[in-house]
Design a protein around this ligand. Structure first.
Ligand code: NDP
Ligand code: NDP
Length: 313
């Protein structure tokens, strides 16, 4: 199914696996790329040397294109970018920051740059900064999220109306039907996160993967808006945050409760009680841990079947 996005990245399907901290190492990224999607290594949780290792392992595991996601809040971002350029990575997805800072520099090294946004305003800023494509991520998405609570269903057509560059929809998409819906709304491709957390190749802890599979509608919530808004699963850590809110906490109180490396504790070390468990609302529709290739194949088959179904309307 060739279109602007498959041509931009030289991939078979307009399906991108989200770069997620503690979940998207080289095993997941290479499995998705080998199957015709775009696999992405999530650098946010990796020290520079770890990222280098994952890029090298990914190159050995696939001869297909793959990318790296860099959250711009990352403390040693210069070191990450140096490694990305040195290792000839072809595509970088930047998120959570100003797209003007790195876009031109990366593109001068022949790298395609995509920026992740949660609003029309930042989509326009990204287009102005000269990015090759935009990911517009709705309120349903897991992890870092926009403050305005704009859902994917409303965000995609509003961004589509305003920008001319290729658009990738994210947030709440885990099936072929969801993929078709996003593309009908104006997206050229989709980015899928939560569904790939529950894959054999995701580096997340098995406890977390099982928790994702057990999740039901209403089990996630967006919180910590005063720091960086994040959608996570309700557990003891989440209850502690809610309890603290009752005492009208200062920003410092919230930072103190969050502490350090909560996300690692929850998603990588499997502490379901004290850890931060970042996942999207669509986890309620994910019922099985499977190989990433199977997830991708099933999504594409469902997408094709749904396309035929809606042709009757
Ligand atoms: P390992 O380095 O332990 O590798 C797992 C196994 O895969 C090893 O036996 C390794 O062999 C083998 N292997 C290496 N290359 C390939 C290949 N191309 N195809 C198939 N198998 C291969 O773990 P990871 O590769 O998962 O992770 C490396 C490091 O990154 C670890 O320190 C891990 O903790 C960390 N990590 C960090 C993440 C994060 O988000 N921060 C996510 C995932 C991992 P050998 O190494 O002997 O070549
Ligand atoms: P914390 O400050 O609580 O902890 C830092 C964590 O990142 C530790 O677990 C640490 O591993 C690891 N880490 C990796 N590289 C570095 C580095 N260069 N310096 C310090 N720590 C490093 O942060 P969070 O866990 O809340 O967030 C980590 C990053 O992930 C941030 O950049 C954040 O913006 C990003 N993020 C991205 C999301 C996404 O969806 N893409 C979602 C949420 C966060 P160790 O414990 O082994 O030292």
């Amino acid at each position: 199914m060739p279109n602007k996005i498959t041509e931009l990245f030289n991939i078979k399907y307009p399906l991108i696996q989200a770069g997620m901290i503690w979940a998207s190492g080289w095993k997941l990224a290479s499995a998705v790329s080998n199957e015709g999607g775009l696999g992405i290594i999530g650098a946010g949780s990796m020290y520079p040397e770890t990222l280098k290792l994952h890029i090298q392992k990914c190159k050995a595991a696939t001869n297909k294109p793959f990318g790296v996601n860099v959250p711009m809040l990352y403390p040693e971002i210069d070191k990450l970018m140096e490694i990305i350029i040195g290792e000839n990575v072809q595509t970088v997805f930047t998120s959570a920051g100003n797209p003007k800072v790195w876009t031109k520099h990366l593109q001068s090294h022949g790298i395609k740059v995509v920026h992740v946004v949660s609003s029309v305003k930042f989509a326009l800023k990204s287009q102005e900064a000269g990015v090759d494509a935009v990911v517009a991520e709705g309120f349903e998405a897991g992890g870092h999220n926009g403050r305005d609570e704009t859902t994917t269903f409303t965000l995609i057509p509003m961004v589509r109306e305003q920008i001319q560059i290729p658009l990738i929809a994210a947030g709440g998409i885990a099936t072929g039907r969801g993929m078709l819906a996003a593309m009908v709304l104006g997206a050229d491709a989709v980015q899928v996160g939560s569904r790939f957390v529950a894959s054999n190749e995701a580096s997340s802890h098995i406890n977390f993967k099982k928790k994702v599979v057990e999740a039901k509608e209403g089990d996630t919530q967006l919180t910590l808006k005063e720091l960086a808004p994040v959608r996570l699963m309700k557990n003891k850590f989440y209850d502690d945050i809610q309890q603290l809110y009752e005492s009208k906490p200062s920003k410092e109180d919230l930072i103190k409760l969050l502490g350090r490396a909560r996300a690692k504790k929850g998603m990588f070390e499997g502490d379901l009680v004290e850890g931060e468990l970042e996942i999207g609302q669509i986890s309620g529709l994910i019922h099985e841990i499977k190989p990433a290739a199977e997830i991708l194949r099933e999504m594409i088959a469902e997408f094709e079947a749904a396309k035929k179904e809606v042709a009757f309307y």
